[in-house]
Design a binder for this molecule. Structure first.
Ligand code: FPP
Length: 231
């Protein structure tokens, strides 16, 4: 990708779908796919910040993912416990902050502690943000914002809603990528995606490499964003 001629989106969101199918195609358990998907988080985060993305929001575990078999939920939680700190250490070296969006109150004490520690350790970084959705749901986030606005006695305005979203400091994603072939947002950043450019690919998340990421950026770069206006 020629960085000079391509417009790099400041904020990219990714719905990382296809881990399970990737593993099943290889005759392995779904958790094998989640492990490969986790390794891919490291590869794509490094690449995204290298090409100039400022914020990367990743959908790791949705509010609805609790409905999966216990074994799979446990495997995902273990991966988060094991790798969040590793990712934070890595991005910390490059001045990137790690944040978590979602209702973390129901997570294990161990995971809550890891999240608190990694957020604290990287809080002073200003070059970019790796934002991870854990027990995140876009509808739940909108309801949370509405409750907070009501409790504070504020006016129900678009601006005030934006202020009460997890992404208040990050702004809205310019580009949302979904891997794995499904053509939907599945409760990801519903408020923030009003004017996001959407990119869907059949490539399964563990196979979504740097070249595939660049393809998404090139597609974004060729779009004309009008935000409802004429030009
Ligand atoms: C969707 O694939 C993927 C998930 C529900 C989990 C995504 C989580 C990771 C990649 C781990 C992230 C880890 C860290 C530390 C950030 P799927 O299981 O729905 O795949 P399928 O559609 O093929 O069944």
């Amino acid at each position: 990708m020629d960085k000079e001629s391509v417009r790099i989106p400041a904020h990219v969101g990714i719905i990382m779908d296809g881990n399970g199918r990737w593993a099943e195609l290889k005759g392995k358990k779904r958790s094998f796919g989640h492990r490969a998907g986790t390794a891919n988080v490291e590869r794509i985060a490094e690449h995204a910040f290298n090409v100039g993305v400022k914020a990367l929001s990743l959908f790791a575990f949705s509010s609805e993912n609790w409905a999966r078999p216990k074994e799979e939920v446990d495997a995902l939680m273990k991966l988060l416990e094991r790798y969040l700190k590793k990712f934070a250490d890595k991005v910390n070296k490059n001045g990137i902050k790690l944040t978590v969006m979602g209702d973390t109150t129901v997570l294990s004490d161990h995971l809550k502690t890891i999240i608190a520690e990694t957020e604290k350790a990287t809080a002073g970084n200003a070059k970019g943000t790796l934002n991870i959705g854990i027990n995140y749901g876009g509808r739940q986030e909108i309801v949370k914002a509405a409750k907070e606005i009501k409790d504070c006695g504020e006016e129900f305005s678009v601006e005030n809603f934006s202020k009460h979203l997890y992404t208040f400091n990050l702004g809205e994603p310019d580009l949302i990528i979904r891997t794995g072939g499904e053509l939907r947002l599945s409760n990801f950043m519903l408020f923030q995606s009003a004017y996001s450019e959407l990119y869907f690919t059949d490539v399964l998340w563990p196979d979504f490499d740097e070249k595939e990421f660049d393809r998404a950026i090139e597609s974004f770069s060729s779009r004309k964003r009008r935000y409802g206006a004429v030009r």
